[in-house]
Design a protein around this ligand. Structure first.
Ligand code: BES
Ligand code: ZN
Length: 583
């Protein structure tokens, strides 16, 4: 018999089996062994019987019981390199749920354990989780697919002196024999990839009526200043997309090894400390993660094959927020940066054009390997094309209806298509949606961002600007300019740039400059490259720098040496990505 009905190419979850409705997670954090010792109780939507397949990765299973504590037979199957190990449990008739007792592995793919030296404060260790796309299974045995949304409660015990925060409502703290225990609850149903917590020496400060920022004490002032505009962003977003459904929007400033710019964990967005530029020029990432509160966390991709529904909509929403707060120029400049990123990703994926589609087919493909800017920026352009077709007022109204209609549901591209057909009749046909969704390039009707400042940059064509021109540029314009300089740049251009922005602390500018310098053979920058690669673990910066170094015979050995010494500090996902580049 082959009765298994896949819900998701990246999960053993089976549509014929009981569905988890809620999770109770009780975990003790042990920095000495780098493990969580935990129990996870899964309660089903309705009592069930027969086989139950859970996703796990690297878990040591101590035992499985039903909700009354009666042991249940189970088998932990051999490891699949992408999916992990299937935990098959046999349920007697009428089983309402299961409790699994287990220990995580020291190299759980969702967890990064940092020594005190790898933190800003240097005194306390730090632990954080990053579950998207399919890493929750390395922390909790569960049905790890966004198709199955769960409510949860959690209790996390930590060593004395440390604080646990979680993407959930904080409901209390107690002190027991296991150390301080922090309790949390998530009353809204979420996809498992949004489970998130962090443990460390953390302090917080209020930013607004429903927001506070968490950070290591050494970074709290800088973070509070950088993100001070958060309430204005929430207000702007609510007027665009409808009421904010998650009560609080707190943010956590992560250690430098956090592999992403931000992660939209509900009620507690995680943000890279590379956003702390001191000029609020990188808060588009904050707008982006906030926007996920509607597009992604309310309306969720059914699985990684529909990731563009999360990210394309969110980039569109991010730019609408920026535009509402800062004006159309900034939105246009970000759209132009996005276009550059998209074109370079299409080149990077030349050998795997299937990944240039919006709607992808990922059977046998690790979502971390499929990750790129394509779902973000091609998805954004597709939505902009639809917007141009029906006009902004109609598109804005459509977006609000889409969000309300699918709120707290996990949907496919096909669900999206059916909804657009009903709500904006004829629009998909007119914009050539099939080519957008299933084609392997950038359709010719993709709109181009237009603004005066962009025109001025284009007119320059990558030539060295006058000092008067350059003095007027915002950090975003600098980044756009650096992208536009033809490579290799001449030694004179490199010398001018080195003098002008070589000392910048804005990572977008720094990394764009270093990429250009390496590609131009201006190797005086290598010490700075090494500093960046050693201090920061954000993949958006690591990946292009390592790729630029690996592309040259005179820097590839340098890249290998830096990687060998820096990799201890990188997140497991970042290591996987860079090893792919360095071969
Ligand atoms: N959800 C993503 C991060 C992510 C995606 C983590 C896939 C794991 C798997 C987050 O919202 C994101 O897109 N972050 C961007 C921000 C940018 C687009 C403004 C990033 O990290 O750079
Ligand atoms: Zn995102």
């Amino acid at each position: 018999m082959c009765g298994r009905m896949r819900l998701d190419p990246h999960s053993y979850a089976d549509s014929t089996q009981p569905e988890t409705a809620s999770l109770a997670l009780h975990a003790a954090v042990d920095f000495a062994t780098r493990t969580l010792r935990a129990t996870a109780t899964l309660t089903f939507r309705a009592p069930g019987a027969g086989p139950l397949d859970l996703d796990t990765r690297g878990l040591t299973i101590h035992g499985v019981t039903d909700l009354a504590g009666v042991p249940l037979p189970f088998t932990l199957h051999p490891v699949d390199p992408i999916l992990g190990a299937r935990l098959a449990i046999q349920l007697p008739p009428g089983t309402a749920g299961v409790t699994v007792a287990y220990t995580t592995s020291p190299d759980a793919s969702a967890l990064q354990w940092l020594t005190p030296a790898q933190t800003a404060g240097g005194k306390a260790p730090f632990l954080f989780s990053q579950c998207q796309a399919i890493h929750a299974r390395s922390v909790v045995p569960l049905q790890d697919t966004p198709r199955l949304r769960i409510r949860f409660e959690a209790r996390i015990s930590v060593p004395e002196g440390l604080t646990a925060v979680m993407a959930a409502a904080a409901v209390g703290r107690s002190d027991g024999p296991e150390g301080p225990t922090f309790a949390f609850a998530m009353p809204q149903p979420i996809p498992p990839y949004l489970l998130a917590f962090a443990v460390g020496d953390l302090a917080s400060r209020d930013l607004g009526p429903r927001s506070r920022v968490w950070a290591e004490p050494a970074q709290l002032d800088a973070a509070a200043w950088e993100f001070a505009g958060v309430e204005a962003m929430i207000v702007a977003a609510e007027s665009l997309f409808g009421p904010y459904d998650w009560e609080r929007f707190d943010v956590l400033t992560m250690p430098p090894s956090f592999p992403y710019g931000g992660m939209e964990n509900p009620r507690l967005t995680f943000l890279t400390p590379t956003l702390l530029a001191g000029d609020r020029s990188l808060v588009n990432v904050l707008a982006h993660e906030l926007a996920h509160s509607w597009t992604g966390n309310l309306v969720t991709n059914a699985n990684a094959e529909h990731f563009w529904l999360n990210e394309g909509f969110t980039v569109y929403a991010e730019r609408r927020i920026l535009e509402a707060l800062e004006g159309a120029e900034l939105g246009a400049m970000h759209a132009a940066l996005g276009r550059n990123a998209l074109e370079s990703e299409v080149r990077r994926f030349a050998a795997t054009p299937g990944l240039v589609r919006l709607r992808t087919h990922l059977d046998g493909i690790d979502p971390d390997d499929a990750f790129s800017q394509i779902p973000y920026e091609k998805g954004y352009l597709f939505l902009r094309t639809l917007e141009e077709d029906v006009g902004r007022p109609a598109f804005s109204a459509f977006l609000r209806r889409y969000i309300r209609h699918f709120a707290f549901r996990s949907i496919t591209t096909e669900d999206f298509v059916a909804f657009v057909e009903a709500e904006l009749p004829g629009a998909l046909e007119r914009v050539g949606a099939a080519e957008w969704l299933h084609g392997e390039g950038i359709p010719a009707n993709a709109p181009r961002a237009r603004s005066e400042r962009l025109l001025a940059l284009e007119a320059l064509g990558g030539a060295v600007p006058t000092d008067a021109q350059a003095a007027e540029w915002t950090p975003t314009e600098w980044t756009l300019y650096l992208d536009s300089v033809p490579r290799p740049a001449s030694p004179e251009t490199c010398a001018w740039l080195q003098a002008r922005i070589g000392g910048s602390e804005n990572y977008e500018i720094v990394v764009s400059w270093l990429k250009l310098a390496i590609a131009s053979g201006h190797l005086d920058v290598l010490p700075r490259v090494e500093t960046v690669l050693t201090r920061v673990g954000r993949m958006k910066y690591l990946r292009p720098l390592y790729a630029a170094l690996a592309a040259r015979a005179d820097t590839v050995e340098f890249a290998r040496r830096v990687y060998a010494s820096a990799k201890e500090g990188y997140h497991p996902i970042a290591r996987q990505g860079i090893e792919g580049i360095l071969g």
